[in-house]
Design a protein around this ligand. Structure first.
Ligand SMILES: *[C@@H]1O[C@H](CO)[C@@H](O)[C@H](O)[C@H]1NC(C)=O
Ligand SMILES: *[C@@H]1O[C@H](CO)[C@@H](O)[C@H](O)[C@H]1NC(C)=O
Ligand SMILES: *[C@@H]1O[C@H](CO)[C@@H](O)[C@H](O)[C@H]1NC(C)=O
Ligand SMILES: *[C@@H]1O[C@H](CO)[C@@H](O)[C@H](O)[C@H]1NC(C)=O
Ligand SMILES: *[C@@H]1O[C@H](CO)[C@@H](O)[C@H](O)[C@H]1NC(C)=O
Ligand SMILES: *[C@@H]1O[C@H](CO)[C@@H](O)[C@H](O)[C@H]1NC(C)=O
Ligand SMILES: *[C@@H]1O[C@H](CO)[C@@H](O)[C@H](O)[C@H]1NC(C)=O
Ligand SMILES: *[C@@H]1O[C@H](CO)[C@@H](O)[C@H](O)[C@H]1NC(C)=O
Ligand SMILES: *[C@@H]1O[C@H](CO)[C@@H](O)[C@H](O)[C@H]1NC(C)=O
Ligand SMILES: *[C@@H]1O[C@H](CO)[C@@H](O)[C@H](O)[C@H]1NC(C)=O
Length: 660
C-alpha cells in the first residue's frame, strides 16, 4: 500500500514536472540536490523528486510552512534561510526522519513563538540555525523542546536577554551553542548542567557583567568577548577543567580572572579590558580570598596556586589594558607560552629573569607602552623571534641586550629615542648596538632621533630589511652599511633630509627595493657595478637630472621608478623620457612627474609623458642659430680687425719707412 502511495506521488510529481518544466528547471536539480534560491517562491515546490536529499530554498518569500513537507521524507539538509516564515505547522518535521541540518535563520519566527505552540519533535536534527529571527527570552523553548539529536545550535543575532534553566532540557546532546550578538544579561545557575557534551559556547557580544562559580568542566571553548564583564571566577575545586580557549576580550575586567586551578588553557585573550595589575583581586580582597580558599579547599596546598598554574598556555593577550608593571614571577608557570602581547599598556619597565625565562616564547609585543627600562636575564627568551618595542620611550639599553637573544629575527624599534652605536671599544648605554646579531633579518628604526649612523653599525647582522626612515638630519657614514653587501634587499631612507648619499648603493649587491623619497637629493650616483634594484623611489626630492649613466646601471633590473615631485629638466633627461615613453619602466606616480623647459623667456612645466622633441629642438635650434650668428659676427669682426690692423700696420710701416 505504501509503495502504491509513493508511485502515485511520483506520478503526480512527474506530471507536475511536465506541467511546470520551466519552474523545475529554474530549481536546479542535480544528484538529489535542489537549488531553489532566489526564485521569488511563496510556497514549497511540489514537483521535486521525492527522494531529494538536499533542498535550498533560501532567499524566497515563504511565509507559512504547512503540510507539503511530508512528501519529501528523504531530506537530509533543508535550508530556508532569508524567507518570511512566521508559521510552521506543529509536528511538521516529525516524519522527516533523515533531516539532519535545518536552517531557519533570518525569518520571522518571533511571530510564531508568540503563538506559544511548540513546533514538535525534531527527531534527527543535528544542526539547527535559528539566528536572526527576533526571538527574545524563552521563545527558543518552543523550538528546542524535543530535539534529542541536536548537537549544534545557533541563536546568533536574536534579542534574548535571559537564558533560563529549562532552555536546553529538551536538547541534551548539544555540543555547540552559539548565542553571539544577543542582549543576555543573565544566565540562570544550572542552565548548562544537563549538557554533558557541551564543548563550545559562544556568548560573545552580550551584556553579561560577571561570571561567578564557572563550573563547566567539559567545555573546550568559551567566548565571552564584547560583554560588560567585570570579573570572571571559576568555582574553587581541584577537579580538572577541559577549557582550552577563553576569550574575554573587550570587557571591563579589573583583576586577572580567577581561573580553575587545574586547567589546560592554551589561549587566553584579556585584551581591551581595564586591568591595572595582574593580581586576581586587590590586595586586601586577595588576603581574604586566599584565606577563604585556604579554609575551604586547601587540604592539598598545591591546588591553591595563586595565580594559577598556566603551564599549557600558548597565547596570552593583555594588550590595551592599563598595566603599569608585571612582576617577572607572574610568568613563572607559563613554560609553554609562545605569544605574549602586552602592547598598549602603561609599562615603564619590563624584565624577564631566570626564574621565569619564557624559553618557548616566539613573539613578544611590548609596543606602545612607556618603556624606559628593559632587561633580559641570562639564558632567557631562547626562542624569541619577534620583538615589538615600537612606540616607547627607550633611550638607553643594556649593551648587548639583543645580542643575547639567540633566535631573534625581527626587531621593531621605531618611535623611540634611540641612537645607534658603531664599533666603539668602550661599551656605551646611550646608544643601541645592532651589530653582531647574526639571526637578525628585519630591523625597523624609523622615527627615532638618529643623528648619525656610524661605520659598521650593522656589521655581522645579516639584515634583509632595514628601515631608517623619518630620522631627519641623520648623517650616514660611507661605511654604515658595510657587512650588509650580500644580504640587504630592502632599504628605506625616506624623510631624512638627505642632500647627498654618502654610500654607494651599488655595493649592496642584493638590494631590490630602495626608498629615498622625501629627501633633498639632487642626483643619484651609483657605482659602475650592476645593481639588483627593482624598485626605486625618488619621489619628492630635488632631482633636476637623472644621469644617463645611473639609468644605464639600473636599466636591466629596474621595474618601477617613483619620480614625482622633482624639479626635473625636460631637455636634460632625454634618457629618462625615452624609458617613460617606451614603457620599459613602470612609473606608478607618472601623473606627478613633471619637467620644465624654456619657451621664449619663461619656463613651462609639462608632464614627462608629453615631452616632444620639438620642446627641446626649438630651443636647441634657436640656440644654434643665435650661436652661429654670434660666431659669424665674431669671425667677421676678427677679420675686419685683422684687416684694419694690417692696413694700419702697412701704413705705419710705410710711414716708418718713409721716415726712415
Ligand atoms: C544555490 O545556488 C546559489 C547561487 O546560485 C549558491 O550560492 C548556493 O550555494 C547554492 N546552494 C546549494 C545548496 O548548492
Ligand atoms: C523576483 O522579483 C523581482 C521583482 O519583484 C524581479 O526583478 C526578479 O526578476 C524576480 N526573480 C525571478 C527569478 O523571478
Ligand atoms: C499564514 O498563516 C497565517 C496564520 O496561520 C494566516 O493568517 C496567513 O494568511 C497565512 N498566510 C499565507 C500566505 O498562507
Ligand atoms: C558543530 O559543533 C562542533 C563541536 O563544537 C564543531 O566542531 C563543528 O564545527 C560544528 N559544526 C558546524 C557546522 O558548525
Ligand atoms: C569570539 O567571538 C568574537 C566575536 O564573535 C570572535 O571575533 C572571536 O574570534 C571569538 N574568539 C575565539 C577564540 O574564537
Ligand atoms: C598585587 O599584589 C601584591 C601582593 O600580592 C601587592 O603587593 C600589590 O600591591 C598588588 N598590586 C595592586 C596593583 O593591587
Ligand atoms: C598585539 O595586540 C595588538 C592590539 O590588539 C595588535 O594590533 C597586534 O597585532 C598584536 N601583536 C601581535 C604580535 O600579534
Ligand atoms: C631603570 O633601571 C635602573 C637600574 O636598574 C633604575 O635605577 C631606574 O630607576 C629604572 N628606571 C625606571 C624608569 O624604572
Ligand atoms: C650573565 O652572564 C654573564 C657572563 O656570561 C655574567 O657575567 C653575568 O654575571 C650573568 N648575569 C647574571 C644576572 O647571572
Ligand atoms: C616632501 O618632503 C618634505 C621633506 O623633504 C616633507 O616635509 C613633505 O611632507 C614631503 N611631501 C610629501 C607629499 O610627501
Amino acid at each position: 500500500m505504501g509503495a502504491r502511495v509513493w508511485l502515485l506521488l511520483f506520478l503526480v510529481n512527474g506530471f507536475a514536472a511536465v506541467l511546470h518544466p520551466q519552474l523545475l528547471s529554474s530549481c536546479h536539480v542535480l544528484k538529489r540536490v535542489a537549488n531553489c534560491t532566489n526564485l521569488n517562491l511563496t510556497s514549497i515546490p511540489h514537483w521535486l523528486p521525492p527522494d531529494i536529499h538536499k533542498v535550498d530554498l533560501s532567499h524566497n518569500f515563504l511565509q507559512n510552512l504547512t503540510d507539503i513537507l511530508p512528501f519529501y521524507p528523504a531530506i537530509h539538509q533543508f535550508s530556508l534561510h532569508s524567507n518570511r516564515i512566521q508559521f510552521i505547522q506543529p509536528g511538521l518535521f516529525r516524519t522527516m526522519s533523515h533531516l539532519q541540518v535545518l536552517d531557519l535563520s533570518r525569518n520571522q519566527l518571533d511571530l510564531y513563538a508568540a503563538l506559544k505552540i511548540p513546533i514538535g519533535p525534531l527527531t534527527s536534527v543535528q544542526e539547527l540555525d535559528l539566528s536572526g529571527n527576533g526571538l527574545y527570552t524563552d521563545m527558543s523553548d518552543y523550538f528546542l523542546g524535543d530535539a534529542p539529536a541536536l548537537t549544534n545550535l545557533s541563536l546568533n543575532g536574536n534579542s534574548i536577554t535571559k537564558i533560563g534553566k529549562s532552555t536546553f532540557i529538551g536538547s541534551p546532546a548539544l555540543r555547540n551553542i552559539d548565542l553571539h550578538n544577543n542582549v543576555i544579561l543573565e544566565i540562570e545557575e544550572g542552565t548548562f548542567d544537563s549538557l554533558q557534551h557541551l564543548v563550545e559556547l559562544d556568548l560573545s557580544m552580550n551584556s553579561i557583567s560577571c561570571i561567578t562559580n564557572f563550573n563547566l568542566y567539559h567545555l573546550n571553548s568559551l567566548n565571552l568577548s564584547k560583554n560588560s564583564m567585570m570579573s570572571f571566577q571559576s568555582v574553587i575545586t581541584d577537579q580538572d577543567f577541559q577549557l582550552l580557549y577563553l576569550d574575554l576580550r573587550e570587557n571591563k575586567i579589573h583583576y586577572f580572572p580567577m581561573l580553575p586551578s587545574k586547567n589546560k588553557l592554551i589561549y587566553l585573550d584579556l585584551s581591551r579590558n581595564q586591568l591595572h595589575s595582574v593580581n586576581s583581586t586587590d590586595a586586601d580582597e586577595e588576603l581574604q580570598c586566599q584565606k577563604h580558599r585556604d579554609e575551604l579547599m586547601c587540604e592539598h596546598r598545591q591546588n591553591c596556586k595563586f595565580p594559577p598554574e598556566l603551564c599549557k598556555l600558548l597565547y596570552l593577550d593583555l594588550s590595551y589594558n592599563q598595566l603599569k608593571s608585571i612582576p617577572p614571577d607572574f610568568f613563572g608557570s607559563m613554560v609553554a607560552l609562545e605569544l605574549l602581547n602586552i602592547s598598549n599598556n602603561c609599562l615603564e619597565s619590563f624584565m624577564v629573569d631566570q626564574g621565569s625565562p619564557l624559553n618557548k616564547l616566539k613573539t613578544l609585543d611590548l609596543s606602545f607602552n612607556n618603556l624606559q627600562n628593559l632587561s633580559f636575564g641570562n639564558c632567557t627568551l631562547r626562542k624569541l623571534e619577534a620583538l615589538y618595542l615600537q612606540g616607547n620611550s627607550l633611550s638607553t639599553l643594556h649593551p648587548g641586550i639583543f645580542q643575547v637573544l639567540p633566535s631573534i629575527k625581527t626587531l621593531h624599534l621605531q618611535q623611540n629615542q634611540l641612537s645607534v652605536c658603531g664599533l666603539e671599544k668602550h661599551l656605551s648605554w646611550s646608544c643601541v648596538y645592532l651589530s653582531y646579531i647574526p639571526t637578525l633579518q628585519y630591523l625597523y628604526l624609523s622615527e627615532n632621533v638618529l643623528l648619525s649612523l656610524p661605520a659598521h653599525a650593522f656589521q655581522c647582522s645579516q639584515l634583509l630589511i632595514l628601515d631608517l626612515s623619518l630620522n631627519p638630519g641623520v648623517e650616514i657614514n660611507a661605511h654604515a652599511f658595510s657587512g650588509l653587501e650580500s644580504s640587504l634587499t630592502q632599504l628605506s631612507l625616506r624623510g631624512n633630509q638627505l642632500q647627498t648619499l654618502s654610500t654607494d648603493l651599488s655595493l649592496l649587491r642584493y638590494l631590490k627595493v630602495v626608498d629615498l623619497s622625501s629627501n633633498r637629493l639632487t642626483s643619484l650616483l651609483l657605482g659602475s657595478r650592476d645593481t639588483a634594484i627593482e624598485s626605486l623611489n625618488l619621489q619628492n626630492n630635488s632631482v633636476v637630472t637623472l644621469e644617463a649613466h645611473t639609468l644605464e646601471t639600473l636599466e636591466s633590473t629596474l621595474r618601477s621608478l617613483y619620480m614625482g615631485s622633482n624639479p626635473l629638466s625636460c631637455c636634460r633627461n632625454m634618457h629618462l623620457i625615452e624609458l617613460v615613453q617606451q614603457n620599459s619602466v613602470q612609473i606608478p606616480d607618472i601623473a606627478l612627474v613633471t619637467c620644465k623647459y624654456r619657451k621664449d623667456t619663461e619656463y613651462v612645466e609639462i608632464n614627462l609623458r608629453n615631452v616632444q622633441s620639438e620642446h627641446c629642438e626649438t630651443l636647441n635650434s634657436k640656440v644654434l642659430v643665435i650661436s652661429m650668428i654670434t660666431v659669424l659676427a665674431l669671425g667677421l669682426m676678427v677679420v675686419l680687425l685683422v684687416a684694419i690692423r694690417l692696413c694700419h700696420s702697412k701704413g705705419h710701416r710705410f710711414n716708418h719707412s718713409y721716415k726712415a
